[in-house]
Design a protein around this ligand. Structure first.
Ligand code: BES
Ligand code: MN
Ligand code: ZN
Length: 496
């Protein structure tokens, strides 16, 4: 789908040539583009301001059937996210106009004060992600994705970065996979179905998959997962996705193990502490952590990652019923600690502690990262677009934040104050799953998890905000965002 091309733009045979334009600077040293841009700027309605848009049909001097100009505003404010968004907007416009093929002109990187690779990456990412439509539930598929998107650059760059299109397709393909799962309705992804969907998606990859069914969960005494799953007509399970790099003589990195844990609540009704009805339907997205982790394994295996990666994914449906766990119940988690269930709606942490304690004991990971739509409190703190990162290891936390800056999956460092652990005290069990205070819910949730990871280098990413969106964005439509896949791919890069 993605391609990097070079050569004479005048002769470029395409349905749509997309040209980014800044209001205060020529971004190209190509006479064809500069000429077209100058002509466009002669028009009153197009000055290259942010949101400026101009589409010319059959302009003279080029073979392209259309030329689309997209305003980027002032050069000073333009970053890679601006490029991603621009490419995304261009592709969306093409989809709307049923244009099957487009060529995006890459600006000169030096003019933008960016690396050439970063510019091409951003354009390819924005284009690929914007080209995804979640339409599997529409009988009539009105919109069609483009069949081909090319990014045009200089011949030497096209050669140097010829490997990029496939890499971006693989990373963003993972994002799209996660988006599809998140957007899917809960009736089509109850724990049995969801785990089968994951197995199916990974079947062609070099990943060993183990599914611990309810019987196995009982044998392993995973009291947290079993307690949360008890109310559903479909039993819970836990997926273990084990990727081994090919052994290499030089690198010792293949001795490193990274565990990724993802919260897989296929629907979170709250359980007996039933949630109010507003927004309840959004709780189909409560498996976004699981989706991101499974999709990251898909991506990592395809990219032949250099470290061992084990995805551990507890999958449950949190429902009220005569069999459901009650507030006040006390369960014994996998680690052996007893947990008082203060609130059945704090279910994510109950399944994560079993998954994480199991992973620590079984795989002794060098690093463990969990992703979870864990708390509304995190959305209150950081809004809907930024995830919270919690870690007892500042270096790991800062690395995740930096990776998120690169992929624009923004993560903000959150504190884990030791004294707040007080708030999780239970009168009769070892710990309680909810805090005794109304405040700081994202922090107390993270502290609860921290009690089950022993000395492991661990970070927790609360993605309750950015896992899905209610309004179309430049390169992501309403629904699952696939947040975390590009981020984790970047984190894995930095770990190896
Ligand atoms: N899945 C929710 C968190 C959530 C809220 C995700 C909003 C996405 C959007 C989680 O299981 C939950 O219910 N958390 C409770 C915890 C409380 C009972 C301590 C919450 O945030 O209210
Ligand atoms: Mn809940
Ligand atoms: Zn939940």
């Amino acid at each position: 789908m993605l391609k990097i091309v070079s050569g004479d733009l005048q002769k470029m045979d395409t349905d749509c040539l997309i040209i980014p334009v800044c209001e205060d600077r020529d971004l190209f040293d190509d006479p064809v583009v500069s000429g077209l841009t100058a002509a466009a700027k002669q028009l009153k309605e197009f000055k290259g301001k942010k949101k400026d848009f101009l589409l010319l049909y059959g302009p003279t001097g080029v073979c392209a059937k259309r030329v689309m100009f997209l305003g980027l505003g002032k050069l000073e404010k333009l970053d890679s996210e601006g490029l991603r968004a621009m490419a995304g907007k261009g592709i969306r416009q093409c989809i709307e106009k049923q244009v099957p093929d487009a060529v995006i002109c890459a600006p000169i990187a030096a003019t933008l004060n960016q690396q050439e690779e970063a510019v091409l990456e951003a354009l390819l990412e924005g284009a690929f992600l914007a080209n995804h439509l979640f339409d599997r539930y529409k009988k009539e598929k009105k919109d069609k994705p483009l069949t081909q998107v090319s990014v045009h650059t200089k011949p030497d760059q096209a050669k140097t970065f010829g490997h990029l299109p496939l890499r971006i397709e693989t990373v963003c393909g993972g994002t799209v996979l996660a988006r599809e799962w998140v957007s899917m309705p809960s009736n089509d992804k109850r724990p049995d179905r969801f785990s089968r969907l994951i197995c199916k998606a990974l079947e062609k990859e070099k990943i060993k998959i183990t599914v611990l069914d309810e019987k196995k969960l009982r044998q392993h005494k995973m009291g947290g997962i079993l307690a949360v799953g008890a109310g559903s007509g479909v039993p819970p399970c836990m997926l273990i996705l084990d990727y081994h790099p090919a052994p290499s003589a030089k690198a010792k990195k293949d001795k490193q193990t990274v565990v990724l844990v993802g919260k897989g609540v296929t629907f979170d009704s709250g359980g007996i502490n039933l949630k109010p009805s507003t927004g309840l339907e959004d709780m189909k997205t409560d498996m976004s952590g699981a989706a991101a982790v499974a999709a990251t394994l898909w991506t990592a295996a395809r990219l032949k990652a250099k470290v061992r990666i084990v995805g551990v994914i507890p999958v449950v449906e949190n429902m009220p019923s005569g069999e459901a766990s009650r507030p006040g119940d006390i369960i014994t988690a996998y680690s052996g600690k007893t947990v008082e269930i203060g609130n059945t709606d704090a279910e994510g942490r109950l399944i994560l502690i079993d998954a994480m304690a199991y992973a620590v004991k079984t795989y002794h990971p060098n690093v463990m990262i969990d992703l979870a739509t864990l708390t509304g409190a995190c959305v209150v703190a950081l809004g809907e677009k930024i995830a919270g990162v919690f870690s007892s290891d500042p270096a790991l936390r800062d690395m995740i934040v930096a990776a998120g800056e690169k992929t624009h999956e923004r993560c903000w460092p959150m504190p884990m104050p030791e004294d707040y652990k007080e708030l999780l005290k239970s009168d009769i069990a070892d710990i309680k799953n909810v805090s005794n205070s109304r405040w700081g819910g994202a922090i107390t949730a993270a502290l609860f998890l921290s009690e089950f990871v022993e000395k492991t280098r661990w970070a927790h990413i609360d993605i309750a905000g950015p896992a899905s969106i209610a309004k179309d964005a430049p390169y992501c439509r309403v629904g699952g965002t696939g947040f975390g896949v590009r981020l984790l791919a970047e984190v894995l890069n930095r770990l190896s």
